[in-house]
Design a protein around this ligand. Structure first.
Ligand SMILES: [Zn+2]
Length: 371
């Protein structure tokens, strides 16, 4: 399987005049992009492959090169498509998108990474040309661990996202086939432990402290930024701990339809308020899924209903089965840690329910799944 991974390199080594010049290009790029958006918004959006000269020449009074105008037109089309897709169920609330002039996606026709042979300070230069008004920029790039990891694993692509703070590089990584074993882990995400696993392990028991630290900080302060970075780092470590258990398949609760299903939203938002915050939650699941892709682990989701209030022994579901961190079935008296119980239910739901469709394994039963 081919996957795409990205890595950002800071532009903090560029001189101020270079960064100012870059900002002026980005600002003009954004302005031109908005001209295209305004033009395409109420008429038919042209196909990206049919951007002929008359379309590319639409914006007047700009010094942007035809090449970069074409890039801007493409981005305008993408932005319109994304907006229309996002608001397709509520077209009356849809607003025309606006490019803020903060970033541009460019390919090898505009930018090129050139390894630096002379400089010992930098590893490469991002050569930006053909943007118009005789602008030619050479931005110093210093590689880092994350960049080097993906550079070694995969093939660097010739497309870049340029902002005034960083350049984002993309890599295509060939991961090979997914693993075929039946070591399956159900994972419940929460605040007492970031991950409670169906093999009865709990990972990230300190996540509550990390969240408390953010709450104590003034919003937007340096301390709060540090605490947020620390939480991300801790989440990444937890992901690695789970990958080290060498599972073949991971099952988590699905979060996707959060905007559509209000009932689900209420239950989740209550959980999330109590727990790790929706932003961190999304980050955690995204990182877990990415790590699975890279390590050939299958990643599946199940519907999140009643996973914390169902008894895995007798199947009885009652909100009163759960009492804070404790689970006790009102029918059969089965007792457990509430989070570990939820992890078991997630695993069970995957194996026995229709949610596991597409995962065909011989002799797969709840009992013979071992991690
Ligand atoms: Zn029971």
């Amino acid at each position: 399987m081919k996957i795409i991974r990205s890595s950002k390199c800071s532009l903090k080594f560029a001189t101020k005049s270079k960064r100012d010049e870059l900002q002026s290009i980005l600002t003009e790029y954004g302005r031109v992009c908005n001209i295209f958006i305004e033009h395409f918004w109420n008429s038919t959006v042209p196909s990206k492959s049919k951007l002929l000269k008359d379309i590319v020449d639409l914006p007047k009074n700009t010094w942007l090169s035809a090449r970069l105008r074409k890039v801007a037109a493409r981005e305008a089309i993408d932005m319109i498509k994304a907006t229309k897709e996002r608001w397709k169920n509520k077209p009356d609330k849809m607003k025309m998108p606006v490019h803020k002039g903060k970033r541009m996606y460019v390919s090898c026709t505009i930018a090129d990474l050139i390894e630096s042979k002379e400089s010992i300070e930098f590893d490469a230069w991002l050569h930006v040309a053909s943007v118009g008004d005789k602008h030619i920029l050479d931005l110093p790039i210093k590689y880092h661990k994350h960049f080097n990891k993906f550079d070694a694993l995969g093939k660097r692509l010739n497309s870049y996202i340029i902002t005034n703070k960083y350049v984002q590089f993309s890599f295509e990584v060939e991961t090979g086939h997914k693993k075929e074993g039946n070591k399956i882990l159900g994972i419940d995400s929460g605040i007492n432990a970031l991950a409670s696993l169906s093999n009865r392990q709990q990972i990230g028991l300190d996540i509550k402290d990390c969240i408390e630290r953010i709450k104590r900080c003034v919003q937007g302060s340096n301390g709060s930024k540090r605490a947020r970075r620390a939480i991300k780092q801790r989440i990444d470590e937890c992901v690695q701990e789970i990958i080290k258990l060498d599972p073949d398949l991971i099952v988590v609760e699905k979060l996707k339809d959060l905007n559509k299903n209000t009932k689900l939203k209420r239950r989740l938002s209550k959980n999330i308020r109590r727990s790790i915050g929706i932003w961190n939650w999304k980050y955690w699941l995204k990182r877990l899924e990415q790590a699975c892709q890279l390590n050939r682990v299958k990643f599946r989701t199940v519907a999140p209903f009643y996973t914390s209030t169902t008894c895995p022994e007798c199947g009885y579901t009652d909100r009163m089965n759960r009492f804070g961190e404790k689970f006790k079935c009102l029918k059969c008296n089965h007792e457990d840690n509430a989070d570990l119980n939820a992890a078991l239910n997630i695993l069970k739901r995957f194996i026995t329910g229709p949610y596991g469709a597409g995962y065909k394994l011989d002799n797969l039963t709840f009992q013979n799944v071992q991690v």
